[in-house]
Design a protein around this ligand. Structure first.
Ligand SMILES: [Zn+2]
Ligand SMILES: [Zn+2]
Length: 256
């Protein structure tokens, strides 16, 4: 069984009920570090040993530097930030670069830093008792999804991506798959905007989900602010009989 908490699952901010991407798996591990991270207490933040990133867009990393600043001095061990080597290079150059924010991989010393980077290659990595295997994504910059497995259960995360055939092919024959957490940023009338920004839209997603085994749950994330209801109505109409979840921040699911 895998327990998933959607600290943030919106495609933007606006009010107290919208938070950008941050998913908790257990207490020690989060996927992405968007504004959903701000809903955790300081004690909860201190317990996070591993941050796994899909890509370097700000809505997925904005609160990583702030979290490090809040917890670093109180932890005995570094926080490990996992991502592809390309994403790590972007964060080193553009975010934790001693200009926008301190380089916590050297503070207080390079031997005993507050955080460390760890690259995930195509083979995947064991992280806090879960196996993370990168999945293909198509988002215009270095980006990936993940298949997260433990014992007999697995959840697939699309990350941000347009309609990426390789992602769906990779998970189609995954026997342990219980759920796919997939972005749907735009409704059907905004297909052009979805294509331009390399995000998923509801027309494409309905086809993909209907081609999946019926027992696999679909958790819809990253709906853009103000478009949530329209996307929900389109998906509900196109996916009748499927296990469709339309979460808000704070939602917790158990799969397996
Ligand atoms: Zn993105
Ligand atoms: Zn995003």
């Amino acid at each position: 069984m895998i327990e998933l908490t959607l600290h943030g699952c919106n495609g933007g901010i606006g009010g107290t009920r919208r938070h950008t991407t941050c998913y908790g798996i257990g207490e020690q591990l989060i996927i992405d570090a968007g504004t959903g991270l701000t809903t955790l207490s300081l004690d909860q933040l201190k317990k996070i040993d591993h941050v796994v990133l899909t890509h370097a867009h700000l809505d997925h990393v904005a609160c990583l530097p702030l979290m490090l600043d809040s917890v670093a001095g109180t932890r005995a061990t570094p926080v490990t930030v996992w991502a592809s080597s390309e994403v790590i290079a972007l964060l080193r150059t553009h975010l934790l670069n001693d200009h926008i924010w301190p380089d916590f991989t050297k503070i207080p010393s390079e031997d005993q830093p507050f955080m460390r980077f760890a690259a995930i290659d195509v083979q995947g990595a064991d992280i806090a008792g879960y196996f993370f295997k990168p999945l293909p994504a198509s988002h215009g910059i270095p980006a990936c999804g993940y298949l997260v497995s433990r014992q007999h259960d697995a959840i697939a995360f699309s990350g941000d991506s347009d309609d990426c055939a390789a992602f769906w092919e990779a998970i189609a024959t995954e026997p342990q798959l219980k759920a796919v957490v997939v972005e749907c940023s735009y409704p059907a009338p905004m297909t052009d905007m979805a294509d331009l920004s390399m995000h998923m839209h509801s027309t494409a997603l309905i086809k993909r989900i209907n081609a999946m085994p019926a027992h696999v749950a679909s958790v819809i994330v990253h709906r853009k602010p103000g478009l949530e209801q329209q996307i929900a109505e389109e998906l509900n109409a196109g996916l009748s009989g499927r296990d469709l979840r339309l979460p808000e921040p704070g939602q917790r699911y158990q799969f397996g």
